[in-house]
Design a protein around this ligand. Structure first.
Ligand code: ADP
Ligand code: MG
Length: 238
């Protein structure tokens, strides 16, 4: 069963076509990485799945239901942002609970979910701190916690590690993968970093100029690139 289906999706900004007939199925529980050079359309595709951009033509389905026209807050997805997107004036507990509170969850439900997320991410001792009182890694965990508390069907990540230093980035890749192994939530992860794609993905989708050049497991792309662009992109030094 596909959890997210992208069916001949096109996106135009004015006269500029930025996505051209994208066809892609993301399977239930899969960790799919969307990789490609800056400007190729990765964020636009992710934002369309989230409902933050309209679809010019084609259909997007989540969990078998067509979502074209469904508001972002009514889609069963949660987006993981870079850690600097935390609310600076709210402590960790409030950062985690905010999305549930605006969706009018009960206090009991909020407490239960925030407790579970903070345990999973090792944040239990830090609940009263403000973001500026946390390390970079701790902040990134809070950013992930904000998505986890929603318990969505799909996680969407848009270059969540790009403002971290190299050492922390490697550690957080590992933590995100461990989290996925534990929760098994269908995940779509966008990056322009081919090493990140190859080390994290169950399946990699390589994009260029609004089209998919190749999709497959990391080893397949590495061993049998479909064309010279994929070979060059995957083989280029980081
Ligand atoms: P990526 O995430 O792969 O770097 P984007 O999806 O952000 O690429 O952008 C794809 C293309 O669409 C780029 O050429 C970008 O300039 C253009 N674009 C993105 N958002 C808009 C917008 N709101 N209006 C006009 N053009 C946009
Ligand atoms: Mg982008």
């Amino acid at each position: 069963m596909a959890d997210v289906t992208i069916d001949r999706v096109n996106k135009e900004f004015g006269a500029v076509k930025v996505l051209k007939n994208i066809e892609l199925e993301i399977r239930d529980g899969e960790f799919l990485v969307l990789v490609g050079p800056s400007g190729c359309g990765k964020s636009t595709l992710l934002r369309m799945i989230a409902g933050l951009e309209s679809v010019t033509a084609g259909n997007i389905s989540i969990g078998g239901a067509k979502v074209n026209g469904v508001a972002p807050k009514d889609r069963d997805i949660a987006m993981v942002f870079q850690s600097y997107a935390l609310y600076p004036h709210m402590n960790v507990r409030k950062n985690l609970s905010f999305a549930l509170r605006i969706r009018k969850a009960s206090e009991e439900e909020i407490e239960k979910r925030v407790k579970l997320a903070s345990e999973i991410l090792g944040l239990s001792e830090l609940m009263d701190r403000l973001p500026k009182q946390l390390s970079g890694g701790q902040r990134q965990r809070v950013a992930m916690g904000r998505a986890i508390v929603r318990d969505p069907q799909v996680f969407l990540f848009d270059e969540p590690l790009s403002n971290l230093d190299a050492k922390l980035r490697i550690q957080m890749r590992k933590e995100i993968k461990e989290l996925h192994q534990r929760l098994k939530t269908t995940s779509i992860y966008v990056t322009h970093d081919q090493i990140e794609a190859l080390t994290m993905a169950d399946r990699v989708v390589v994009m260029r100029d609004g089209v998919i050049e190749q999709a497959g497991p990391p080893l397949e792309l590495y061993d049998r690139p479909a064309n010279i662009f994929v070979a060059g992109f995957i083989g280029a030094p980081a």
